[in-house]
Design a protein around this ligand. Structure first.
Ligand code: IPE
Ligand code: IPE
Ligand code: MG
Length: 248
């Protein structure tokens, strides 16, 4: 079985999960956090190198203020409750996105959690919070433009690698597999650049219901894919027969 090095997930469907049970939306988000624990554990068991979870998009500020502030509280409580266990299991936690808009206490907790776990080398768990793919790209372009202005970079030196290096996940391999729960088939401004050649998997399963069995089904689907990176199927079969890399 082929295990993805890097898995990126959009955890969608918490609100509908709660609505089905006539519960407030926040109950769905709480159940969603419980499920994060289940999926992180499974990823660690499978020795997946990196798991990146979309927790709050730059567009989610458009939600009712009450839901946004409850989400901030939930993030803060979850960080506090989980960080020791994550650290104990060798998980490196990082948060990508613009933290500036978060309450300062939450910013402090994020910083402490990142610092505590920065030398861990089991799973790299990245939480995308106030993250947007376009924000990530604009930030990268601003840095490159600044380097040109300083005279430390020539315009011709803006290569794909140079752009990648400025993006949030520059130190990780690009995601091999993307999963979106909750039935929608869209990217919702997630990792726009990094998903260029990622295998996409969409499921109707709502995030709190996305259990180990559903997760393993996604992995089984990934294992049935042939990643061609622009080549023909015959080329890939030949390369596999000779044990060459399919990405070269
Ligand atoms: C995803 O679940 C969690 C966040 C965006 C914070 P939703 O809250 O989007 O759930 P649905 O899509 O309304 O069911
Ligand atoms: C995407 O979910 C963002 C997260 C899961 C954090 P949304 O529920 O906000 O996406 P749209 O708005 O339906 O595309
Ligand atoms: Mg949603």
């Amino acid at each position: 079985m082929q295990i993805p090095n890097h898995l990126a997930i959009i955890m969608d469907g918490n609100g509908r999960w709660a609505k089905k049970r006539q519960l407030p939306r926040i109950a769905g988000h709480r159940a969603g956090v419980e499920n994060v624990r289940v999926i992180v554990k499974r990823c660690a068991e499978l020795e997946i190198e990196a798991l990146t979870l979309f927790a709050f998009s730059s567009e989610n500020w458009r939600r009712p203020g009450k839901e946004v502030s409850l989400l901030m509280d939930l993030f803060s409580v979850a960080l506090e409750q989980e960080i020791d266990r994550l650290h104990g299991n060798g998980v490196r936690l990082q948060v990508i996105g613009d933290p500036a808009a978060f309450p300062s206490k939450l910013q402090d907790k994020i910083f402490k959690a990142e610092t505590l776990t920065e030398n861990n080398d089991a799973l790299t768990l990245t939480i995308a919070a106030n993250y947007g793919g376009r924000w990530d790209l604009v930030r990268a372009f601003q840095k490159l433009a600044q380097n040109i202005k300083d005279g430390s970079l020539e315009p011709e030196a803006i290569t794909e690698e140079a752009v990648s290096e400025q993006l949030c996940l520059s130190q990780l391999p690009e995601p091999d597999l993307f999963i979106r729960s909750g039935g929608e088939q869209r990217i919702s401004n997630y990792l726009l650049w990094q998903l260029a050649y990622t295998e996409l998997y969409f499921t109707d399963c709502l995030w709190p219901d996305f259990d180990v069995e559903a997760f393993d089904q996604a992995l089984a689907s990934y294992n049935r894919r042939q990643r061609r990176f622009g080549k023909t199927g015959e080329q890939i079969e030949q390369e596999n027969a000779y044990g060459e890399s399919s990405q070269a």
